[in-house]
Design a binder for this molecule. Structure first.
Ligand code: MD3
Ligand code: FE
Length: 212
């Protein structure tokens, strides 16, 4: 895992308040995170989420941590159990260490959402606003195939900017960017050799409970 000292030498790109740490994780760290992600998916299998309108999402999801994000006919929410009933696995320390390095070691995230993108998966423009606290950033880790990430504004509409996220990139969304619209237009299937069968894993770390 890269140490904080390396970060001061490579300052993040700052695009609209999104801090992008290109290549934050070396190949060995990425492989370790894939192994941890597979272990998580064994305990908490990926499921296909459905939007409240009943539309299946193209991304598959699961979570780790005290709270996991789910969506179905009932709506979007965080809950303490996987849809099949068991509690979510703990967030692995290697993942928490990334949060501590780029966000804060003083308050660890309550939730690690894991998204899997197959060849044709995408995620439409949306805001992340189901958390009880927007003071903390959201930290995202990209693993596997390249993804075209689109960033908008805190309100719907207006100009957007796109960047390619590649394996090992870490993005920190804090401040005004925290409530900005964002999404993934597409991935470049099999552009990376990290996942032998192709695809992309995205881990997002979030504080959900208000810190008292
Ligand atoms: C900007 N995930 O899980 S990661 C999501 O690549 C999500 O799977 C995308 O959007 C993915 O909600 C994008 C980058 C990201 C994550 C959370 C954000 C950008 C964000 C929260 C607020 C603003
Ligand atoms: Fe999001």
């Amino acid at each position: 895992m890269p140490k904080e000292a390396e970060l001061t030498e490579v300052p993040p790109l700052n695009i609209r308040g999104f801090k992008v740490y290109k290549g934050f994780l070396n190949r060995a760290s990425q492989e370790q995170l894939v192994a941890e992600s597979r272990a998580l998916a064994t305990e908490a299998p990926f499921f296909q989420p459905t939007t409240p309108s009943g539309k299946p999402m193209s991304v598959k999801m699961t979570s780790a941590g005290r709270l996991g994000w789910v969506t179905d006919r009932t709506g979007y929410r965080y809950q303490t159990a996987h849809p099949r009933g068991q509690s979510w696995p703990e967030i692995p320390n290697v993942i928490l260490n990334i949060w501590s390095a780029v966000a804060s070691p003083d308050r660890l995230p309550d939730s690690c959402l894991m998204n899997f993108y197959g060849a044709d998966a995408r995620m439409g423009l949306h805001q992340d606003k189901d958390e009880g606290d927007f003071e903390w950033p959201v930290v995202s880790v990209s693993l596997g195939d390249d993804a075209l990430f689109r960033m908008g504004n805190p309100t719907r509409g207006g100009k957007t900017e796109s960047i390619w996220l590649t394996s090992g990139d870490v993005v920190v969304m804090g401040g005004d960017a925290r409530l900005s619209y964002h999404g993934i237009d597409r991935i470049r299937f099999q552009s990376s050799s990290l996942l032998p069968k192709g695809g992309r894993i995205n881990l997002t770390l979030r504080v959900v409970d208000q810190t008292s």
